[in-house]
Write a protein that binds this ligand. Structure first.
Ligand code: AMP
Length: 604
């Protein structure tokens, strides 16, 4: 039986949500629907955005209201126009196969007469932002005297935005005996207070820890010098070729500046902030939703209620002041069971703030090194390779051109053709990143936080000398390792305890990890005969036998234009050292030392 039917949802609704791809309830739906379906409780649900909240309250409402009557029976209040439209749309979709379900969206910045007309025609469910709702109530254009259910969605956001008084006024027009359902991502004392004020003995449901971010979000931070922030940010974006991200800035001006700089630098970005007209904001949001924009640069206020699925990264270009805001920002990714990354780019002085957010969330953040120019080039190269591999060929359309294409390439070997094909984009990145400096904050600034790595291991011995040795391994993300997998693999192979392993830095075709000095021999022995999928695994002490010490060099060309805005390259003159590759031996794409990486040749 369909699990929604088991929860008590009727067939016509289940059929409609099946078409939306809802096969089984999300955890919050599973736990709240049976409670809400009784219609006899006030309810407080502490849940992140993207957990399926809308259906958690929307489906029970569709079961509980009387759709033969055409007066308002449910009022849903939410903080933003975007969320208001989203909820309205979602409920209409759930009700697609039911008769006479009238849902109206009431929000500011749009023609009020249309909304009044819809209300007059008769509605059962009103979804509204508080300001416009109050306006309509004051015009005596709506009668809430028979409302049975009030939903306060994203209650913490509504309070943050100063809607407390409006909510009070609106609720005073609804009957005493109505039931109130409150949803909030966080539970600051203000929300606790309104829960107390409006509810009698509510049923409380907490999905995960209070104030804890979604478990599917990885939190990372990068430490850079303030002057390198923009360059570091671009590098992080370039290192993630398939990024679909929201970048948070603290002010409208910063938002605008970053967006303009990115656009100038050829990125697919735009800004969203309070100085834009509603029409401009809608346009930006539509482009982002339609994925015609890759990066949305936004202020906290403008981004409230943004509900876009599949956001891969949230980037905190500036950290927010409040932990709650960080939770909201990061909650824009990892929606509907997906995973996501929340990145903060900070300077060394802001580390205390990261610790504060960590404490608030009860989660460790991982310190990550800014990728080197080489890392970016490599990542981009494999992104092109994967794209070519996975592209959908439109046979009927391309067929007519094939003879001409074949003619053009008839003298060329397959290998040569592939090399050229991959080079089209790759050359651009090579040019761009030649001479790219290390953007990680230098050791003097970083020393204070060197003692603790991401898993809280005390790495110092008080003598100023590290107790850890950094090792190179010729496996990385292209072998589908992430930090956790690699840690597991190392421990399994060497029988050393994971607790003694220090920082792990997964790159493209290689990685670095730290082990206690006393364990180095054990690791070397453990990996001596090891092979991974038929390929020998190689471990080197970082710094030994590197291509750099052997005179290897990052591809360098003269005369290419340099897109790094910070001017870091100029400042650092001919600085052409990429810090982490110092032990790799895989630093060039020019064919040197190819014998070391037959697996990569096979990928071509
Ligand atoms: P929400 O938290 O209501 O904004 O939902 C986040 C996203 O998850 C929306 O795109 C929903 O359409 C989707 N969603 C909600 N419930 C389910 C479900 N049971 N199965 C699959 N997707 C869902």
């Amino acid at each position: 039986m369909n699990p929604f039917i088991e929860l008590g949802i009727r067939h016509d609704i289940v059929n409609a949500i099946s078409e939306l791809g809802f096969e089984k309830p999300t955890p919050i739906q599973e736990q709240s629907i049976p409670v809400l379906l009784t219609g006899s409780n006030d309810f407080v649900g502490l849940a992140q955005t993207g957990t399926g909240k809308t259906a958690a309250f929307g489906l029970p409402l569709l079961e509980l209201l009387d759709f033969e009557e055409n007066y308002p029976q449910a009022l849903i209040l939410c903080p933003t126009r975007e969320l208001c439209l989203q909820i309205t749309n979602d409920i209409k979709n759930y009700a697609k196969k039911m008769g006479n379900v009238q849902v109206v969206a009431v929000y500011g910045g749009a023609n009020i007469s249309d909304q009044l007309r819809q209300i007059k025609r008769g509605v059962q469910i009103v979804v509204a932002t508080p300001g416009r709702m109050l306006d309509i109530i004051n015009r005596k254009a709506i009668d809430f005297s028979k409302v049975k259910f009030v939903v306060l969605d994203e209650a913490d956001e509504m309070l943050n935005m100063g809607f407390q008084e409006d909510i009070d006024s609106i609720l005073s027009t609804t009957p005493e005996e109505k039931k109130t359902w409150l949803f909030s991502a966080t539970m600051p004392s203000e929300v606790r207070r309104i829960a107390k004020k409006y509810m009698k003995d509510p049923f409380e449901l907490t999905m995960g820890e209070k104030n804890t971010g979604n478990v599917n979000i990885e939190h990372e931070y990068y430490i850079v010098r303030a002057r390198d922030k923009y360059a570091a940010f671009k590098r992080i974006v370039d290192f993630n070729p398939d990024i679909f991200g929201i970048v948070f800035c603290r002010t409208k001006i910063e938002t605008q500046e970053i967006a303009e700089a990115l656009i100038k630098d050829g990125y697919n970005a735009d800004s969203l902030h309070g100085d834009l007209s509603q029409q401009q904001r809608d346009k930006v949001m539509k482009r982002y939703r339609d994925r015609n924009l890759q990066l949305l640069i936004a202020t906290d206020v403008a981004a409230r209620g943004i509900d876009v699925n599949d956001v891969t990264h949230v980037i905190n270009y500036s950290l927010p002041d409040e932990v709650e805001n960080y939770t909201h920002r990061s909650g824009r990714t990892a929606r509907a069971g997906k995973t996501g990354v929340s990145i903060s780019i900070i300077n060394a002085k802001e580390l205390g703030k990261i610790r504060q957010i960590e404490r608030g969330l009860g989660k460790r953040f991982v310190k990550v090194e800014i990728p080197t120019g080489f890392d970016v080039c490599e990542k981009q190269l494999f992104s092109i390779v994967h794209k070519v591999h996975n592209v959908q060929v439109n046979e009927p359309q391309i067929e007519q051109y094939i003879p001409r294409i074949m003619e053009e390439f008839k003298e060329m070997s397959k290998e040569d053709f592939i090399k050229r094909f991959a080079s089209i984009e790759f050359n651009r990145f090579l040019d761009y990143y030649k001479n790219a400096p290390d953007l990680n904050a230098p050791l003097e600034e970083g020393r204070r936080f060197e003692r603790n790595d991401e898993r809280g291991i005390d790495r110092g011995n008080g003598s100023g000398k590290s107790e850890f040795t950094r090792l190179f391994i010729n496996l990385g993300s292209v072998d589908e390792f992430n930090r956790g997998d690699l840690l597991g693999y190392i421990c399994n192979q060497t029988k050393i305890s994971g607790r003694t392993v220090g920082k792990i830095d997964v790159k493209g075709v290689y990685s670095f990890f730290e082990v206690q000095n006393a364990d180095v021999d054990k690791v070397m022995t453990g990996f001596k005969e090891a092979d991974f999928k038929g390929r020998p695994v190689r471990i080197e002490i970082s710094g030994e036998g590197s291509s750099e010490s052997r005179g290897g060099n990052y591809p360098r060309r003269e005369g290419g234009y340099n897109r790094e805005r910070s001017g870091g390259e100029k400042r650092e003159g001919g600085y052409n050292r990429d810090r982490t590759s110092a032990s790799g031996g895989f630093r060039d794409f020019s064919g040197k030392r190819k014998e070391d990486r037959p697996e990569r040749r096979r990928r071509f």
